[in-house]
Every structure is written in C-alpha cells, then in structure tokens.
Design a protein around this ligand. Structure first.
Ligand code: ARG
Length: 400
C-alpha cells in the first residue's frame, strides 16, 4: 500500500492507455487500477492484464461484459429499432454506458476516487463516459489523459521507451477503429474526404458484396416479445445468437454503412460502420412489428425510436427519459413474437417471410381472391365521412 488515492483506468492495452498508467502515477500521484472490458472485441493473444501489472498498475482485471451488453443494452436498442440519423445502429454508443457502469462499480468496490478514460476531446465517447459516470456516482472525479496531454503518437512511443513501459507497437493503422458485438466503427485517414469511396482496407469484417456467394443464404429468426431467441430453429443465448448472425451476414457482405454524421460536439464526421447482425436482426424485427403491431402504435413508436436513438447517441442512457421511453417500447413488444425469414445476398438483407401467433395480417380481409370477408358495402359510407371535411372546405372556399 502506498497510501495514495486510487484511479480506475478504462484500459484497452493499446498505446494511449498503456502510457496513461505511468502518466497518471506521475502527474496526479495516483495508484492505477487498470480495467479491460470485453464487449465482444475480437480476441487477442496478448495478456493485457499481465502487461498492465508489469507497467505499474497496482491491480488489473479483465471483465467479460458480453452477456450484460446483449441483455441490457443491445436488446433494448433492438426493440427500439435504434438507428441514429436513420443510418447508424449505435454499436459504439450503447457500449459506453455499460463500460461506465462497470468502471463505477469497480471504483466503488476498490474505494477509488477517480476514473480515467482514453477519449479525445473531439468525440462523442468522452461525453458518454463522463455523463454515464456522473449519472451513476456524482462523487467520482474524471480524468481524460488524452484530453490533457499534448503528446503525438511518436512522443508517446518515446515516453514509453524512456519510462520502460512495455508496449506493443503495431503497424500504424490509418483508421481509428472500435469494435464490439453490435458492430465495427471506422473513421479517420482517407475516410476524412467524404467524396472518396471507402477503400477495401477500411472494411474489417465483411466480405466484398460483389465477391459474396452467388447463391442466397436464408436465415430464420425467432423472436419472443421483441427479443431474438433462436436461429434456424436452434435456441441459443444472446451472445451466441449475435455471433452466429454476424458470421452469416459477414460472409454475404451484409451490414456496410457509409455515413456523414452529426456529433454531439457540433462536428460533422464521416464514418463507416459494419453492423452485420444489427442490420439483419433489425430488418427482421421491424418486419415482425409490421405484422403484429397496430398502425397507430407503429406510427407513434417511430417518433419514440428516433428520440431513443438521439438519447443513446448523446450519452444520456442513464436518464429518466430513456428509461421512460424504454417502458413504452417494452409494452409495445408484448405480441412481437414469431419468426421472420431473411434472405442474405451480396450485401442485401431482405425479410421475405414472416409468421406469428399474434399476426394481425388477416388473409380473409386482404385477399382479392375467393373467401373475401371484407364488407364491401361499408366502403362508400366510410369514404363519405373521411372526405367530408375536405368536401365542406372545398364548397366554402369556392364560394369566396
Ligand atoms: N461515431 C461513432 C459514435 O459516436 C463511433 C465513434 C468511435 N469510433 C471510432 N472509430 N473510434 O458512436
């Protein structure tokens, strides 16, 4: 025990957060607890916990948060068809409040007064971490080393050498990438020119759609109350289900997104995303909702979905409005139970079949063939009432 105050560092094992362990000790005279959090990033052979300890952390741990991510963040977002600016399934955004929550829990357990994260001053993620932390424990102080220091990448490497910090210097990646179960975000480099088509190297997960198989692949997704529970008849837990759909969609080139988005901090930025499972599951979920929800619910829910997406994007996950909207959304899912068949083919995912014990689609009413149950006599009377306001106004306006 050094008797110093403690800080919990959100630690990825990368250059920035490795350097931050030493920097926080020196600049702030704090003991560092390094915490890696697994929300479904690709596995690495590097034992980042052991390396954090060798680099001076007094304690280090790696938390597997995949199950909690799926159940408490991804499924609620799927039920909300959450899509920021109708384009981005919020894959990075919804992982941040969970990471903040885990950091707060560890800080409370370890008696740490501070939390640190490696976000820069220009992005949304700093907002999501900071607001997430203060929403859960307003007594915790927050330090963002990357917002404070002025080191370039080269200077960070130099600092690491001078201070015997063990780092794994990978070949410089021209892109900034964030990955989890719900998607992969990629920005910077040539993508900063919004006119340039994303080069091959910007895509990390999905097959080039033109090189995907020449025969379509079909997947049947079963939902219970808005949550997917089985793939092609096989029941599986949420983590495995998303991994399974990700693999199917990736090999068919499904889930690529190229978007110029509005950050909370006022900047427009060009980003690409690969959200294979999110694309397929949201397509299927929406299709099942169209089958099982009434028209007025669908219309009203659309506005709620948009608000929900903005809240999630803007870092207000742990807030009364998100929780209240969630309660509404959950209620709408009572009958969103059934199965959707999605066709995956060279970059596209299309719902081509759906069924539900609660289907509101009534073939007797819909059919133009024999067995029609619709009361044709009702049409004329209904149209008389429906058009009456326009008819009345037309008469008056013509007079004047
Ligand atoms: N623009 C996305 C968001 O704000 C992703 C941000 C992280 N992306 C990255 N490549 N580091 O949610």
């Amino acid at each position: 025990m050094t008797g110093r105050d403690k800080i919990v560092l959100a630690y990825s094992g990368g250059l920035d957060t490795s350097v931050a362990i030493k920097w926080l000790q020196d600049k702030y005279n704090l003991d560092v607890i390094a915490v890696g959090i697994n929300v479904g990033q690709p596995p690495s052979s590097d034992d980042i916990v052991a390396r954090a300890l060798r680099n001076g952390a007094i304690h280090a741990e790696f938390v597997d948060a995949k199950k909690e991510f799926v159940e408490d963040y991804i499924w609620p977002s799927l039920k909300a068809n959450a899509m920021y600016e109708d384009a981005y399934p919020l894959s990075t955004a919804i992982a941040r409040p969970l990471i903040a929550k885990i950091l707060v829990e560890i800080a409370q357990r370890e008696g740490a007064k501070y939390i640190a994260h490696g976000c820069t001053a220009k992005g949304n993620d700093q907002v999501r971490f900071d607001v997430g932390i203060v929403s859960l424990d307003p007594s915790i102080g927050i330090i963002g080393p990357m917002r404070e220091w002025v080191m370039t990448r080269e200077e960070e490497i130099e600092y690491a050498h001078q201070n015997n910090i063990e780092i794994i210097v990978k070949k410089e990646n021209p892109f900034s990438v964030d990955e989890n179960l719900w998607g992969r975000s990629c920005e910077c480099g040539v993508l900063e020119d919004a006119w340039v088509e994303p080069p091959r190297e910007a895509w990390g997960w999905t097959t080039e759609p033109s090189e995907a198989p020449d025969t379509p692949e079909y997947v049947e997704i079963e939902f219970v109350k808005g949550v997917p529970v089985a793939i092609n008849g096989e029941k599986m837990d949420g983590v495995k289900l998303i991994e399974t759909v990700n693999a199917m969609a990736c090999r068919n080139g499904v889930g690529r997104i190229d978007h110029v988005e509005d950050r909370l901090v006022g900047i427009k930025s060009r980003e690409t995303y690969e959200c294979p499972a999110a694309t397929v599951l949201m397509t299927a979920h929406k299709s099942l909702e169209f089958l099982t929800l009434q028209k007025d619910v669908l219309e009203f829910k659309k506005g709620v979905e948009q608000k929900f997406s903005q809240i999630a994007y803007n870092g207000l996950w742990f807030g009364t409005l998100r929780e209240s909207l969630q309660a509404f959304i959950d209620t709408t899912q009572e009958y969103v139970t059934g199965t959707v068949r999605v066709k995956l083919f060279k970059g596209s995912a299309m719902a081509v079949g759906r069924k539900s014990p609660y289907s509101l689609y009534d073939e007797g009413l819909a059919t133009y063939a024999k067995g029609d149950e619709f009361d044709h006599k009702s049409a004329v009377g209904f149209i008389y009432c429906w058009g009456l306001p326009n008819k009345t106004a037309a008469k008056v306006h013509k007079k004047q």
